[in-house]
Design a protein around this ligand. Structure first.
Ligand code: GLC
Ligand code: CA
Length: 542
């Protein structure tokens, strides 16, 4: 177990993200719940993770699966009660697992009490909690668009004004310029800290300091001022871990968010590696094969750019991204090998890894008829692209490749009915491959993806080089191999990954001739690298 009284303990930690709606249902309503998470804590302890990033469980109309909060201090009833939440925090802690809650501070639900008051009159004290501009119903303040299509402005006749929303119209943006808003949010955070929550993942945190008059959403001029205040006022507790989701972060900005003095956040959760396999100038829906050379350049930029001056999150999957095996690996013949290879590439790096539920099983994407998708972003995309004249087959191909629902299908626990997720009708279909890919089968197979993740986690704890080692990229121009080293004064690690389904020539560098094989997805190394082969080689003090 990690000693969490140590400053910066989270640099040695591995986190696991739970999307509660899809994790484990205990009462047959088809929706995962808090008691379901409690039931599965031993599974997570077996995997070896130190904390859970819990996607939102607050009261919510669920327009965006809980990222639209109507009461920050209440639990959405289908997930359970406040008592269930307290049980989860306690039971997790007993197993050395911290609960990291998801904090949505950029916006609330339009059903939040603040907004229901705010929209009644311009004189209401809550009016200024949100971002309003004058206009006439047919002439919004400007042409800004919301993230999932449609205008970013919504007209409210009662006050004769538009309010601003970066996401769905049911997610009005909070006005961070108003000190009363900030105070309310800090108080709310203290409420959860008092309950034993040990950290927070901060949803779209680089978008809070928006200035819609100049069309600024991410990285607004007051962002760092707000983050410093937030940290000072709400996270003052020693040891609280804070993870800032920042779609617009580059290395330089990330250094500031995650500076070692802790003035802003513990670490940044940035996406530059996730933008590489899409057409230039296109959107995430315009997928292209992964340009491996660019991925390596990107990883190198972050590994060297934050070394000693910031801290990154390591992830390939989350609830907003398609499944990585389907995306960069092979969901067919080499599913297991490629899932392990991708994990090796990621877990050898510097940063704090996040495993998204099911990733440790090598879960894959799903294909549904359009009516089967629940995600607001996916549905809007379909509507907008069909209206814009895209051929239906092309739109569906984009959705199969990139819909967020790929990651949101129920967790595959066993080969029993509904993958052991629920006795009732699951809120989103279970991937039909659950009879083959499920936790029970993997726990019975020593060669499974699950046990491979377990080993990676254990290795990270055992050898300091994983936390501290300096990164160097080898074979930078190879379009097939991802090879790098990590080095401290005492230790050297070599990570070799074949990103293709072919056998590839490779010669181990002389310096690692006598190295110990820490882990591989194939067993003893041969002269050549086999399809999706991965190796981790280690040298202690010479
Ligand atoms: C973040 C969340 C995503 C959500 C959005 C709006 O990107 O991860 O799921 O839809 O913010 O809150
Ligand atoms: Ca339930």
């Amino acid at each position: 177990m990690l000693d969490k009284t140590k400053r910066g303990w989270w640099k040695s930690a591995v986190f696991y993200q739970i999307y509660p709606k899809s994790f484990q249902d205990t009462n047959g309503d088809g929706v995962g719940d808090l008691p379901g998470i409690v039931q599965r804590l031993d599974y997570l302890a077996e995997l070896g993770v130190d904390g859970i990033w819990l996607s939102p469980v607050y009261a919510s109309p669920q327009v965006d699966n809980g990222y639209d909060i109507s009461d920050y201090r209440a639990i959405w009833p289908p997930f359970g009660t406040m008592e269930d939440m307290e049980t989860l925090i306690r039971e997790a802690k007993r197993r050395g697992i911290s609960i990291i809650m998801d904090l949505v501070l950029n916006h609330t639900s339009d059903q939040h009490r603040w907004f229901r008051e705010a929209r009644k009159s311009r004189d209401d004290p809550y009016h200024d909690y949100y971002v309003w501009r004058d206009g006439t119903p047919d002439a919004p303040p400007n042409d800004m668009r919301a993230a999932w299509g449609g205008p970013a402005w919504e007209w409210v006749p009662e006050v004769g004004q538009f309010y601003f929303h970066q996401f769905a119209p049911q997610q009005p943006d909070l006005n961070w310029e108003n000190p009363a808003v900030r105070r309310e949010l800090y108080d709310m955070i203290r409420f959860w800290v008092d309950k034993g929550v040990e950290g927070f993942r901060l949803d779209v945190i680089d978008q809070i300091a928006k200035e819609p008059d100049t069309k600024i959403t991410a990285n607004g001029p007051r962002l760092h001022e707000f983050l410093e205040e937030l940290s000072r006022e709400a996270f003052r507790e020693e040891g609280l871990v804070t993870v800032g989701e920042a779609w617009g972060a580059d290395v330089e900005r990330a250094r500031r968010y995650s500076a070692p003095d802790g003035r802003e956040l513990s670490m940044v959760f940035q996406f530059q590696h996730m933008y590489l396999d899409q057409k230039a100038g296109g959107e995430k829906w315009d997928a292209i094969p992964l340009p491996l050379v660019e991925l390596k350049r990107c990883v190198e930029r972050w590994q060297t750019g934050l070394f000693g001056s910031g801290w990154n999150s390591l992830f390939l999957d989350n609830h907003d991204l398609p499944r990585i095996v389907s995306r960069w690996g092979d969901e067919g013949q080499y599913r297991v090998a490629s899932a392990k290879m991708l994990a090796t590439m990621l877990h050898g790096l510097q940063g704090t890894p996040y495993i998204y539920q099911g990733e440790e099983l090598g879960m894959t994407n799903i294909r549904l008829p359009i009516g089967g998708y629940a995600d607001v972003e996916t549905r809007n995309l379909y509507r907008d692209r069909i209206a814009a004249g895209y051929p239906e087959a092309e739109v569906m191909a984009s959705i199969y490749a990139r819909s967020r629902d790929n990651a949101r299908t129920p967790m595959q626990w066993s080969a029993e009915k509904n993958a052991g997720f629920s006795q009732g009708e699951p809120w989103l279909p279970v991937n039909p491959n659950y009879t083959e890919i499920n936790a029970r089968a993997e726990l019975a197979d020593p060669e499974s993806v699950f046990y491979y993740y377990q080993k990676l986690i254990a290795l990270r704890k055992r050898y300091p080089v994983f936390r501290d080692g300096a990164f160097s990229l080898l074979e930078a121009e190879s379009e097939k191999l991802f090879v790098y080293t990590r080095e401290t004064e005492d230790e050297r690690l070599l990570v070799v990954c074949n990103f293709t389904g072919e056998t590839v020539d490779w010669e181990r560098p002389q310096a690692f001739a006598g190295a110990e094989l820490l882990l591989s997805n194939y067993g003893a190394p041969l002269e050549k690298l086999r399809p999706y082969e991965a190796q981790m080689l280690y040298l202690g003090r010479p």
